[in-house]
Write a protein that binds this ligand. Structure first.
Ligand code: HAM
Length: 426
């Protein structure tokens, strides 16, 4: 096809995809720092899988009848004729990597975290993007409920570090291969009586994935679902115990939760525990996850238990912005250095290196010649102190320290500079 002649200024980001801009870096850095600290404290290891995978991985792993695979996956053919997909989530790729790289040989259980972009062709709206970023945790190799609990608490620990405040944790169980068939039959019978009143999507889901009717948000379907049978009467002994133990662990550790019998999640690989975490002022989930003991078998392996969860980073940042996180004091180690004259530009790198070695963030605008332009840049950077080096100071091995708020300046010997700044930077 001939290329369209498009002017660069007319090219914008693709619908539902955004640039992450410097003005927001503080939120991203704060999130990554909190999440990385929690991952390290729990002994998790970093994994990153490719953004492109064979489409089969998700069709098998997540389920061909899910909205994510059926409607939202970016699937296409490569020039070599391979059918590939932009990853819509991270769990199936991590499982694929577990098999491919024999990760089970190196640790048990395998505790992994990842961080990166995911892609879903959804209708963009507040908190719903076509490209978004997840931070995920997966624990592979254990059936024990303590690991379901660990995943939930790790996510809450991150949110606590970020001081997100009013959160609500919704938990449910969706049973297992043993107990789900009886519940499925019961649900089908219930919804059959209401089939005509269901929305078009649910009429279709009725045939292919009856559990998805439970979380349809169309008001008529919500009304019908409010009287639907819940799974709790159909759970087998093991699933019942598992769910009970999880709730006990949450209670014993003072973590409040709401059991939500209609929480089923949009991915087919779950069994037993599923959960979502919300902020009270927003109607989208900040994180979600659950147990997926059958995923490994579905993609061609042996039975292998696993549990995990992922955080939507953009959504968390939205909350951080709304809460107006206080950044005062965060820049207290920032300095601005100013060179007056060409000679001082030659001396400044040594001073900058010495300051950075002592843990100071050193900013500059050395491309600008005049003192006033550099001072203006220092003002914009919002630093408390600027350091000015001119001819006289080079000769005296000193430097001028300027308090940017008061304008008061003091000349300090370079060898005493670090101590002087430490005393005066606050
Ligand atoms: P998920 O619930 O589909 O689960 O996504 C996890 C989180 O990603 C959501 O709670 C939400 O915060 C964020 N998210 C999802 N879709 C969007 C979107 N279109 N725009 C912005 N944020 C979004 C999973 O992906 C599972 N892999 C989680 C998991 C890990 N389960 C077990 N291990």
């Amino acid at each position: 096809m001939p290329r369209r002649k498009t002017k660069v200024k007319d090219i914008k980001t693709i619908k539902g995809m955004s640039d992450i801009l410097p003005k927001d870096e503080k939120y991203w850095f704060l999130f990554w720092k909190a999440a990385a600290e929690v991952a390290e404290l729990h002994g998790f290891h970093y994994i990153e899988t490719p953004i492109l995978e064979y489409a089969d991985l998700f069709e098998l792993g997540i389920g061909s009848n899910t909205d994510i695979v059926e409607k939202e996956m970016y699937t296409f053919e490569t020039k070599g004729g391979e059918r590939v997909a932009l990853r819509p989530e991270g769990t199936a790729p991590v499982m694929r990597s577990y098999v491919q790289n024999h990760l089970g040989y190196f640790m048990s259980p395998v505790k992994l975290f990842y961080n990166g972009p995911m892609f879903r062709y959804e209708n963009p709206q507040a908190g719903r993007e076509r490209e978004f970023h997840q931070w995920g945790f997966e624990i592979i190799g254990e059936y024990d409920v303590v690991y379901d609990f660990e995943i939930i608490t790790m996510i809450l620990e991150i949110f606590q570090k970020l001081k997100l405040g009013d959160l609500s944790l919704k938990v449910n169980t969706i049973g297992c291969k043993v107990c789900r068939p009886a519940y499925r039959t019961k649900l089908k019978a219930y919804y059959r009586q209401h089939k005509k009143e269901l929305c078009d999507d649910c009429k279709r889901r009725y045939e292919r994935n009856i559990f998805r009717l439970l979380d349809c948000k169309v008001p008529t379907c919500v009304e019908i679902t409010s009287k639907a049978p819940t799974i709790y009467n159909y759970l087998c002994h093991t699933c019942n115990q598992h769910f009970k133990s999880l709730l006990e662990l949450l209670e014993d550790n003072n973590i409040s939760y709401e059991p939500d019998p209609i929480l089923v999640r949009g991915l087919d690989y779950y069994n037993r525990t599923v959960f979502e975490i919300f902020h009270k002022d927003f109607n989208f989930a900040l994180a979600g996850g659950g147990r997926y003991d059958y995923l490994f078998e579905v993609i061609g392996g042996r039975p292998l238990p696993a549990v995990g969860g992922a955080i939507g980073i953009e959504r968390v940042i939205e909350v951080m912005k709304k809460l107006g996180i206080n950044w005062a004091g965060k820049n207290k180690n920032k300095l601005f250095i100013i060179a007056v004259g060409d000679q001082s530009k030659k001396h400044i790198p040594k001073i900058m290196a010495m300051l950075r070695q002592n843990g100071f963030i050193v900013l500059e605008a050395l491309g600008k010649k005049s003192l006033s332009h550099q001072l203006k840049a220092a003002d914009k950077a919002g630093v408390n102190l600027s350091l000015i080096l001119g001819q006289k100071e080079i000769f005296e091995e000193s430097i001028i320290v300027r308090n940017m708020k008061t304008g008061v300046q003091e000349t300090v010997l370079q060898k005493q500079l670090v101590d002087f700044i430490k005393k005066n930077i606050k």
